[in-house]
Design a binder for this molecule. Structure first.
Ligand SMILES: Cc1cc2nc3c(=O)[nH]c(=O)nc-3n(C[C@H](O)[C@H](O)[C@H](O)COP(=O)(O)OP(=O)(O)OC[C@H]3O[C@@H](n4cnc5c(N)ncnc54)[C@H](O)[C@@H]3O)c2cc1C
Length: 452
């Protein structure tokens, strides 16, 4: 879309609070006169993206009928899960009330959406209520497909050396208890990630580093093996970061197994099952051709299970997903710059649900919200929106307790440091650790309030 002007958050990304053309532009918008409208706007999901979006729209529109639909009473600050599973924060650190973040003037329907009809422009809730809309914002996040791991169930978490950091605050805390017990004795620690797109793709790596650090602190590392199962030939999608993480993995003595996709868990036997290629041939151009599949079993004393991640079923049934991309995952078909649906222009996506090449982090949500706001408000005002999301995402990659690399990048895999010359993105620094441990949550909370 050539008419769109760049809206790149190139400076002071998720963690910075001021500076840069993008921020100036936001300040100008927030002081603009609200636009008078009777538009019916429905937001599906009141998590990071939905709550932040609602707070921005009430400031920009006067008279709009804004409805937010979400059956979940608790709001989860998910970046905190890694800290909880590392014994650094209690489960309560990540929990607040959904209603605490929603502004006056927005109607919260405390149910899940059961049907989306983009032709009739109607949402049906789980209780059967119909919600007609002029504009729809999808902010449902994603679903963790635990059933895809044969033999696994969430009630196993915390016993038999099984962890599941992604499952929620209480499961993250149970994971800490299992990891704490494991690192006291040592043994085989088994880690990895799913083969689908996932939120915070750095989190599986962080937790491997943190467990290794505890083994060293407790003097049990020599009696242990740390295995990381990569779903393909890389550890991270950005080449320069991938090389750095590979170096660190070698340095820490991790045993990396490539092209391993988790398919099952036998909790009693403490064994995980992986689908791996029968054969792999390196082509002259450097690509790898993979053929056939077989199952490999790996025994563990501790593991962190992370399942495949997909759009919620209601979205996958709506006809809003890409038909030719991510077909087993169902992310919605939006323009990667404007985040507007390519077939239904009155539908927008914000957050993890978007079918864009990067951006399943809260840091991305922060930069997606003003873009959707700009296009939606412009449409109501009879103008064309100009803001562009450039794929900004950020991952504070913890490499040990007290050290992290603040990795920030965009669609083109350019590194986009918020503090160039001050915080080097590929160095393990204490200041980057503080960003994750202390600065991230206040910034996240400001985003929910529509202030960041
Ligand atoms: C372990 C872990 C570590 C992470 N670390 C970081 C980090 O360090 N930095 C970072 O930036 N990001 C991190 N993230 C990612 C970040 O939390 C997510 O990217 C962010 O929360 C996405 O926001 P969202 O609004 O799209 O989804 P969510 O915040 O998950 O909200 C989705 C909401 O939609 C609701 N919903 C679902 N289905 C329906 C339906 N049918 N009808 C109505 N509502 C529905 C849900 O109940 C939920 O409230 C981490 C995530 C995890 C799990």
């Amino acid at each position: 879309m050539s008419y769109l002007k760049d809206f790149r958050p190139s400076r002071r990304g998720f963690l910075g609070l001021a500076g840069g053309a993008a921020v100036l532009s936001l300040a100008a918008q927030s002081h603009a006169q609200p636009i008078s409208t009777k538009a019916k706007i429905v937001i599906l999901g009141a998590g990071a993206a939905g709550a932040g979006m609602a707070n921005r729209l009430v400031e920009r529109l006067d008279g709009a009928e804004i409805t937010i639909v979400d059956g979940r009473k608790d709001h989860w600050y998910q970046p905190g899960f890694t800290l909880i599973a590392s014994g650094l924060k209690p489960a309560a650190y990540s929990v607040s009330g959904t209603g605490d973040w929603l502004p006056k003037g927005v109607n919260w329907v405390q149910e899940y959406a059961a049907n989306i009809d983009p032709e009739a422009q109607v949402i049906t809730t789980a209780g059967g209520d119909k919600l007609p809309y002029d504009y729809l914002i999808l902010a449902t996040g994603l679903t963790l497909d635990w059933n895809a791991i044969e033999g696994f169930s969430l009630d196993q978490v915390g016993s038999n050396g099984i962890g599941a950091v992604y499952a929620g605050p209480d499961y993250a805390e149970a994971t800490w208890r299992a990891m704490d017990a494991f690192t006291a004795k040592g043994g085989v620690g088994l880690f990895g990630r799913p083969a689908t797109e996932m939120k915070c793709a750095g989190a599986p790596l962080k937790y491997t580093f943190i467990t290794d650090d505890y083994l060293r602190r407790k003097g049990t590392r020599d009696a242990s093996q740390v295995i990381y199962t990569a779903h393909n030939d890389t550890l991270f999608s950005v080449p320069v970061v991938n090389e750095k993480v590979k170096l660190l993995f070698r340095d820490r003595g991790f045993d990396t197994r490539w092209n391993h996709v988790l398919t099952g868990i036998d909790a009693e036997a403490r064994t995980a099952y992986y689908r791996i290629p029968e054969s792999r041939v390196l082509n002259p151009d450097g690509t790898v051709t993979v053929t056939g599949a077989r199952t490999e079993a790996i025994a563990f004393d501790f593991t962190n299970v992370i399942p495949p991640q997909r759009a919620p079923q209601v979205v996958r049934d709506s006809g809003l997903s890409w038909a030719d991309k991510w077909v087993d995952q169902g992310w919605i078909e939006v323009d990667q710059g404007s985040l507007r649906h390519l077939r239904y222009p009155n539908v927008f996506g914000v957050g993890d649900i978007n079918g864009v090449p990067k951006g399943k982090t809260a840091a991305s949500v922060k930069w997606q919200i003003p873009v959707v706001e700009d296009h939606l408000v412009a449409d109501i005002a009879g103008r064309e929106g100009t803001a562009v999301y450039n794929g900004y995402t950020s991952c504070p990659m913890i490499t040990k307790i007290g050290r992290a690399m603040l990795v920030e990048f965009d669609y083109k895999n350019n590194l986009t440091p918020s503090f160039p010359g001050v915080i080097a993105p590929l160095e393990e620094l204490w200041i980057s650790w503080l960003m994750k441990e202390i600065a991230l949550k206040p910034t996240y909370n400001a985003m929910l309030r529509g202030k960041a």
